[in-house]
Design a protein around this ligand. Structure first.
Ligand code: PMP
Length: 285
Protein backbone atom coordinates (compact mmCIF):
# COMPACT_ATOMS: atom_id res chain seq x y z
CA UNK A 1 0.00 0.00 0.00
CA UNK A 2 1.17 3.50 -0.83
CA UNK A 3 2.24 6.02 1.76
CA UNK A 4 0.71 9.42 1.12
CA UNK A 5 1.18 12.82 2.74
CA UNK A 6 -1.69 14.75 4.31
CA UNK A 7 -1.26 17.95 6.36
CA UNK A 8 2.10 17.12 7.92
CA UNK A 9 1.60 13.36 8.29
CA UNK A 10 2.74 10.35 6.30
CA UNK A 11 -0.14 7.86 6.23
CA UNK A 12 -1.16 4.64 4.51
CA UNK A 13 -3.39 5.72 1.61
CA UNK A 14 -6.56 4.24 3.13
CA UNK A 15 -6.12 6.32 6.30
CA UNK A 16 -5.76 9.72 4.63
CA UNK A 17 -9.14 11.44 4.94
CA UNK A 18 -10.30 14.91 3.87
CA UNK A 19 -13.48 16.63 5.09
CA UNK A 20 -16.62 16.78 2.93
CA UNK A 21 -16.57 20.53 3.70
CA UNK A 22 -13.16 20.98 2.12
CA UNK A 23 -13.36 23.73 -0.51
CA UNK A 24 -11.34 21.60 -2.90
CA UNK A 25 -14.21 19.10 -2.85
CA UNK A 26 -17.10 21.61 -2.82
CA UNK A 27 -15.78 24.42 -5.06
CA UNK A 28 -12.72 23.09 -6.91
CA UNK A 29 -10.96 25.73 -4.78
CA UNK A 30 -7.54 24.20 -5.05
CA UNK A 31 -4.41 24.08 -7.13
CA UNK A 32 -1.98 21.32 -8.00
CA UNK A 33 1.39 20.41 -9.46
CA UNK A 34 2.72 17.21 -11.01
CA UNK A 35 6.45 16.59 -10.83
CA UNK A 36 8.08 13.69 -12.64
CA UNK A 37 10.55 11.30 -11.05
CA UNK A 38 13.24 9.67 -13.19
CA UNK A 39 15.86 7.40 -11.67
CA UNK A 40 14.50 8.26 -8.20
CA UNK A 41 15.12 12.00 -8.69
CA UNK A 42 12.80 14.96 -9.21
CA UNK A 43 12.66 16.63 -12.61
CA UNK A 44 12.59 20.46 -12.53
CA UNK A 45 11.42 20.72 -8.92
CA UNK A 46 12.32 24.43 -8.84
CA UNK A 47 10.08 25.21 -11.82
CA UNK A 48 7.12 23.47 -10.21
CA UNK A 49 7.73 25.20 -6.86
CA UNK A 50 7.77 28.61 -8.58
CA UNK A 51 4.54 27.90 -10.48
CA UNK A 52 2.91 26.60 -7.28
CA UNK A 53 3.67 29.94 -5.62
CA UNK A 54 2.28 31.78 -8.66
CA UNK A 55 -1.00 29.81 -8.55
CA UNK A 56 -1.34 30.38 -4.78
CA UNK A 57 -0.71 34.12 -5.18
CA UNK A 58 -3.24 34.41 -8.02
CA UNK A 59 -5.92 32.92 -5.74
CA UNK A 60 -4.87 34.71 -2.54
CA UNK A 61 -4.05 31.40 -0.91
CA UNK A 62 -1.40 31.03 1.78
CA UNK A 63 1.76 29.08 0.99
CA UNK A 64 1.51 26.05 3.26
CA UNK A 65 5.26 25.46 3.67
CA UNK A 66 8.67 26.59 2.52
CA UNK A 67 10.19 25.35 -0.73
CA UNK A 68 12.81 23.37 1.20
CA UNK A 69 10.17 21.65 3.34
CA UNK A 70 8.18 20.82 0.21
CA UNK A 71 11.26 19.35 -1.45
CA UNK A 72 11.85 17.19 1.62
CA UNK A 73 8.25 15.87 1.52
CA UNK A 74 8.64 15.03 -2.19
CA UNK A 75 11.89 13.17 -1.50
CA UNK A 76 10.49 11.35 1.51
CA UNK A 77 7.53 10.08 -0.54
CA UNK A 78 9.89 8.89 -3.28
CA UNK A 79 11.89 7.01 -0.60
CA UNK A 80 8.92 5.56 1.27
CA UNK A 81 7.22 4.35 -1.92
CA UNK A 82 10.45 3.27 -3.57
CA UNK A 83 9.70 5.21 -6.76
CA UNK A 84 12.24 4.92 -9.57
CA UNK A 85 10.14 6.36 -12.41
CA UNK A 86 6.77 8.00 -11.93
CA UNK A 87 5.28 11.18 -10.63
CA UNK A 88 4.37 13.08 -7.52
CA UNK A 89 1.03 14.83 -7.34
CA UNK A 90 0.68 17.81 -5.00
CA UNK A 91 -2.60 19.53 -4.22
CA UNK A 92 -3.31 22.50 -1.98
CA UNK A 93 -6.88 23.58 -1.25
CA UNK A 94 -8.32 26.48 0.72
CA UNK A 95 -9.25 23.96 3.42
CA UNK A 96 -12.34 23.32 5.48
CA UNK A 97 -14.10 26.38 6.90
CA UNK A 98 -16.91 24.26 8.38
CA UNK A 99 -19.75 25.54 6.20
CA UNK A 100 -20.31 25.97 2.49
CA UNK A 101 -20.06 29.62 1.43
CA UNK A 102 -18.97 31.27 -1.84
CA UNK A 103 -16.89 33.89 -0.02
CA UNK A 104 -13.36 32.87 0.89
CA UNK A 105 -13.17 31.67 4.52
CA UNK A 106 -11.29 33.58 7.26
CA UNK A 107 -7.53 33.97 6.78
CA UNK A 108 -6.75 31.52 9.58
CA UNK A 109 -8.49 28.59 7.82
CA UNK A 110 -5.85 25.90 7.48
CA UNK A 111 -5.15 24.85 3.88
CA UNK A 112 -5.33 21.16 2.98
CA UNK A 113 -2.07 19.80 1.59
CA UNK A 114 -2.00 16.40 -0.09
CA UNK A 115 0.84 14.64 -1.92
CA UNK A 116 0.91 11.16 -3.39
CA UNK A 117 3.05 9.18 -5.80
CA UNK A 118 2.17 7.23 -8.93
CA UNK A 119 4.75 4.69 -10.08
CA UNK A 120 5.26 4.51 -13.86
CA UNK A 121 8.16 2.16 -14.50
CA UNK A 122 9.99 2.98 -17.73
CA UNK A 123 7.94 6.13 -18.31
CA UNK A 124 10.72 7.71 -20.38
CA UNK A 125 10.56 4.79 -22.84
CA UNK A 126 6.91 5.23 -23.75
CA UNK A 127 6.10 3.36 -27.02
CA UNK A 128 4.12 6.42 -28.13
CA UNK A 129 7.38 8.35 -28.56
CA UNK A 130 8.12 5.96 -31.46
CA UNK A 131 4.66 5.92 -33.07
CA UNK A 132 3.47 9.44 -32.29
CA UNK A 133 0.00 10.57 -31.21
CA UNK A 134 -3.19 11.20 -33.10
CA UNK A 135 -5.11 14.22 -31.98
CA UNK A 136 -8.42 15.86 -32.75
CA UNK A 137 -9.34 19.52 -32.36
CA UNK A 138 -12.15 20.63 -30.06
CA UNK A 139 -13.50 24.01 -29.01
CA UNK A 140 -11.81 25.44 -25.91
CA UNK A 141 -14.66 25.85 -23.43
CA UNK A 142 -12.62 26.35 -20.26
CA UNK A 143 -12.66 29.40 -18.02
CA UNK A 144 -10.42 32.39 -18.73
CA UNK A 145 -7.63 31.87 -16.15
CA UNK A 146 -5.94 28.77 -17.54
CA UNK A 147 -2.59 30.12 -16.36
CA UNK A 148 -3.62 29.15 -12.81
CA UNK A 149 -3.17 25.42 -12.31
CA UNK A 150 -6.50 24.70 -10.60
CA UNK A 151 -8.06 21.31 -9.96
CA UNK A 152 -11.06 22.38 -12.06
CA UNK A 153 -10.34 19.76 -14.73
CA UNK A 154 -13.75 18.67 -15.99
CA UNK A 155 -13.47 20.14 -19.48
CA UNK A 156 -10.01 18.62 -20.08
CA UNK A 157 -11.50 15.28 -18.94
CA UNK A 158 -14.37 15.72 -21.40
CA UNK A 159 -11.82 16.54 -24.10
CA UNK A 160 -9.91 13.31 -23.43
CA UNK A 161 -13.18 11.39 -23.70
CA UNK A 162 -14.05 13.12 -27.00
CA UNK A 163 -10.62 12.12 -28.32
CA UNK A 164 -11.12 8.54 -27.17
CA UNK A 165 -14.55 8.36 -28.81
CA UNK A 166 -12.96 9.58 -32.07
CA UNK A 167 -10.22 6.92 -31.87
CA UNK A 168 -7.54 9.55 -31.12
CA UNK A 169 -5.06 9.91 -28.27
CA UNK A 170 -5.77 13.48 -27.20
CA UNK A 171 -7.33 16.79 -28.20
CA UNK A 172 -5.99 20.27 -28.95
CA UNK A 173 -8.31 23.07 -27.96
CA UNK A 174 -9.16 25.92 -30.30
CA UNK A 175 -10.36 29.40 -29.38
CA UNK A 176 -11.13 32.16 -31.90
CA UNK A 177 -9.69 29.95 -34.64
CA UNK A 178 -6.33 29.39 -32.93
CA UNK A 179 -4.93 26.50 -30.92
CA UNK A 180 -4.57 27.27 -27.22
CA UNK A 181 -3.06 23.99 -25.92
CA UNK A 182 -3.71 20.28 -25.42
CA UNK A 183 -6.06 19.00 -22.71
CA UNK A 184 -3.06 18.42 -20.41
CA UNK A 185 -0.08 19.65 -22.42
CA UNK A 186 1.30 22.51 -24.50
CA UNK A 187 1.07 22.34 -28.31
CA UNK A 188 3.77 23.01 -30.94
CA UNK A 189 4.33 22.84 -34.67
CA UNK A 190 7.61 22.80 -36.58
CA UNK A 191 8.29 24.44 -39.94
CA UNK A 192 11.82 23.95 -41.19
CA UNK A 193 14.12 25.07 -38.37
CA UNK A 194 11.37 27.03 -36.60
CA UNK A 195 9.28 25.91 -33.65
CA UNK A 196 5.92 27.64 -33.24
CA UNK A 197 3.96 27.58 -29.99
CA UNK A 198 1.32 29.86 -28.55
CA UNK A 199 2.61 32.85 -26.56
CA UNK A 200 2.10 32.93 -22.78
CA UNK A 201 -0.99 34.63 -21.40
CA UNK A 202 -4.10 33.81 -19.37
CA UNK A 203 -5.28 31.47 -22.17
CA UNK A 204 -2.79 28.67 -21.47
CA UNK A 205 -0.94 27.03 -18.63
CA UNK A 206 2.67 28.17 -18.50
CA UNK A 207 4.18 24.71 -18.86
CA UNK A 208 7.33 23.97 -16.92
CA UNK A 209 8.34 21.55 -19.67
CA UNK A 210 7.54 24.23 -22.26
CA UNK A 211 10.00 26.67 -20.66
CA UNK A 212 12.76 24.04 -20.57
CA UNK A 213 12.16 22.77 -24.12
CA UNK A 214 12.14 26.29 -25.61
CA UNK A 215 15.40 27.03 -23.78
CA UNK A 216 17.01 23.85 -25.15
CA UNK A 217 15.67 24.58 -28.65
CA UNK A 218 17.24 28.07 -28.64
CA UNK A 219 20.51 26.66 -27.32
CA UNK A 220 20.46 24.19 -30.24
CA UNK A 221 20.16 27.16 -32.67
CA UNK A 222 16.53 26.48 -33.54
CA UNK A 223 14.25 29.45 -34.08
CA UNK A 224 11.30 29.84 -31.72
CA UNK A 225 8.15 31.80 -32.59
CA UNK A 226 5.71 32.32 -29.73
CA UNK A 227 2.45 33.13 -31.53
CA UNK A 228 -0.99 31.64 -32.18
CA UNK A 229 -1.42 29.08 -35.01
CA UNK A 230 -4.43 27.42 -36.61
CA UNK A 231 -5.29 23.76 -37.08
CA UNK A 232 -4.89 24.19 -40.86
CA UNK A 233 -1.37 25.56 -40.34
CA UNK A 234 -0.59 22.64 -38.01
CA UNK A 235 -1.87 20.08 -40.53
CA UNK A 236 0.49 21.45 -43.17
CA UNK A 237 3.50 21.80 -40.82
CA UNK A 238 6.57 19.56 -41.07
CA UNK A 239 6.06 18.26 -37.55
CA UNK A 240 3.94 18.69 -34.47
CA UNK A 241 4.44 17.74 -30.83
CA UNK A 242 3.28 18.32 -27.27
CA UNK A 243 5.09 18.79 -23.97
CA UNK A 244 4.15 18.09 -20.35
CA UNK A 245 5.90 17.01 -17.16
CA UNK A 246 4.66 13.42 -17.53
CA UNK A 247 4.99 12.94 -21.32
CA UNK A 248 8.14 15.10 -21.77
CA UNK A 249 8.19 15.76 -25.55
CA UNK A 250 5.72 13.62 -27.52
CA UNK A 251 5.38 13.71 -31.33
CA UNK A 252 1.96 14.32 -32.92
CA UNK A 253 1.55 12.58 -36.28
CA UNK A 254 -2.11 13.14 -37.13
CA UNK A 255 -4.47 16.07 -36.61
CA UNK A 256 -8.21 15.67 -37.34
CA UNK A 257 -7.42 12.71 -39.62
CA UNK A 258 -4.72 14.49 -41.66
CA UNK A 259 -1.13 13.22 -41.45
CA UNK A 260 1.42 15.78 -40.27
CA UNK A 261 4.58 15.67 -42.42
CA UNK A 262 5.34 12.05 -43.22
CA UNK A 263 2.85 10.82 -40.62
CA UNK A 264 5.70 9.59 -38.43
CA UNK A 265 7.61 11.26 -35.56
CA UNK A 266 9.87 13.94 -37.04
CA UNK A 267 13.56 14.65 -36.35
CA UNK A 268 13.00 17.88 -34.41
CA UNK A 269 10.54 16.39 -31.91
CA UNK A 270 12.70 13.28 -31.55
CA UNK A 271 15.84 15.33 -30.96
CA UNK A 272 14.14 17.69 -28.49
CA UNK A 273 12.85 14.70 -26.55
CA UNK A 274 16.38 13.31 -26.27
CA UNK A 275 17.86 16.65 -25.22
CA UNK A 276 15.07 17.27 -22.73
CA UNK A 277 15.44 13.85 -21.12
CA UNK A 278 19.26 14.05 -21.01
CA UNK A 279 19.42 17.56 -19.59
CA UNK A 280 16.58 17.01 -17.12
CA UNK A 281 18.13 13.83 -15.74
CA UNK A 282 21.44 15.70 -15.30
CA UNK A 283 19.75 18.52 -13.38
CA UNK A 284 17.37 16.29 -11.36
CA UNK A 285 17.47 16.60 -7.56
N1 PMP B 1 -1.34 22.72 -20.31
C1 PMP B 1 -2.23 22.10 -19.53
C2 PMP B 1 -3.67 22.44 -19.68
C3 PMP B 1 -1.81 21.12 -18.61
O1 PMP B 1 -2.73 20.51 -17.81
C4 PMP B 1 -0.44 20.79 -18.53
C5 PMP B 1 0.05 19.72 -17.59
N2 PMP B 1 -0.35 19.89 -16.29
C6 PMP B 1 0.46 21.46 -19.37
C7 PMP B 1 -0.03 22.42 -20.24
C8 PMP B 1 1.94 21.17 -19.32
O2 PMP B 1 2.53 21.74 -18.19
P1 PMP B 1 3.84 21.10 -17.55
O3 PMP B 1 4.87 21.05 -18.63
O4 PMP B 1 4.20 22.03 -16.47
O5 PMP B 1 3.46 19.73 -17.08
Amino acid sequence: MRTVYLNGEYLPEDQAKVSIFDRGFLMSDGIYEVTSVLGGKLIDFDGHAVRLQRSLDALDMKHPSSKDDLLEVHRELVRRNDITDGMIYLQVTRGNPGDRDFAYPPEDTVPTVVLFTQAKPGMADSPMAKTGMKIISIEDQRWGRRDIKTVQLLYPSMGKMMAKAAGADDAWMVEDGHVTEGTSNNAYIVKGNTIVTRHLGNEILHGITRAAVLRFAREAQMKVEERPFTIVEAQSADEAFITSASTFVMPVVEIDGAAVGQGTPGPVATRLREIYLDESRKAAV
